[in-house]
Unconditional design. Structure first.
Length: 262
């Protein structure tokens, strides 16, 4: 099987004891490329958290960005640093960025302001965006339609949690829709319904490691090798072999980011 994990947080402390072995397991499982996300663990202090992994491994790529949880901490110095980091040849996108109204770790108006600011910077850098959205789809889609659609750069709805209408609005703006381990959870039938309806050429697979392990591994740490189980779940709802889903979503990622031209 050849597959891509389009979203993983490799810098997290959960991987400190076996990071090298974890990456070896991913390769053994068929992970041919991985996107290391440059936000998630105190990103305003470690804006370059994903880049060292991309520099060390030719099959790993990186993003840079400020998570909505940390919007309140964002300063002009942080934005300037992001502009600098985005020039790195292994940085493919900005993110994850967006809105999170479930936890509200930062005030909503601040989240929106920092989100819009990063969209401006990503547009100037001519790079797509990786979107985090939880319980904020109306505002998130409105902002993207107002501030991003015209760029034509598109992006990824990471760990998609909404329904088909929201997915279609994203597809209309050139987004790919990425599913994580929560697509395997019994109570998430709406995600499986969406995964069945979204065109195969618009799907991606991810783990969001170390978070959201597949159903059979809940309560344990997630890791990139388990992205295979996401492909299995998507194959089940689309009546396709997991290998076919894995190959198609890998091709989608490579095509979107023009990896074969790099």
């Amino acid at each position: 099987m050849r597959i891509i994990d389009s979203h993983a947080h490799l810098e997290m402390g959960q991987f400190d004891e076996d990071r090298s072995a974890m990456l070896e397991r991913a390769r053994a499982a068929g992970v041919e490329a991985l996107m290391a996300i440059g936000s998630g663990s105190s990103p305003t202090e470690r804006l370059d958290a994903a880049i060292p992994f991309a520099e060390e491994h030719d099959w790993i790529y990186a993003t840079v960005g400020i998570h909505p949880h940390d919007a309140s901490a964002a300063t002009e110095e942080h934005f300037a640093r992001l502009v600098e980091l985005a020039r790195h040849p292994k940085v493919l996108a900005w993110g994850e960025m967006g809105l999170d109204y479930y936890y509200d770790h930062s005030p909503r108006d601040v989240q929106q302001r920092v989100f819009r600011r990063q969209l401006v910077l990503a547009r100037a850098a001519k790079q797509p965006v990786v979107i985090h959205c939880r319980d904020a789809w109306d505002d998130c889609l409105r902002i993207l339609e107002e501030d991003w659609r015209a760029s034509g750069l598109g992006g990824i709805f990471h760990c998609f949690t909404a329904n088909v209408p929201e997915a279609r609005r994203g597809l209309d703006m050139g987004f790919l829709v990425s599913f994580a381990g929560n697509v395997t959870y019994p109570k998430m039938q709406h995600l499986r319904d969406a995964a069945r309806e979204i065109p195969l050429e618009s799907l991606l697979t991810e783990t969001d490691s170390p978070f959201l392990p597949p159903q059979g591994r809940r309560g344990k740490r997630n890791e990139p090798a388990f992205v295979v189980e996401v492909a299995q779940a998507l194959g089940n709802v689309r009546n396709l072999a997991p290998e076919d889903v894995a190959s198609a979503t890998a091709d989608n990622f490579r095509r979107f980011f023009r990896l074969d031209d790099r």
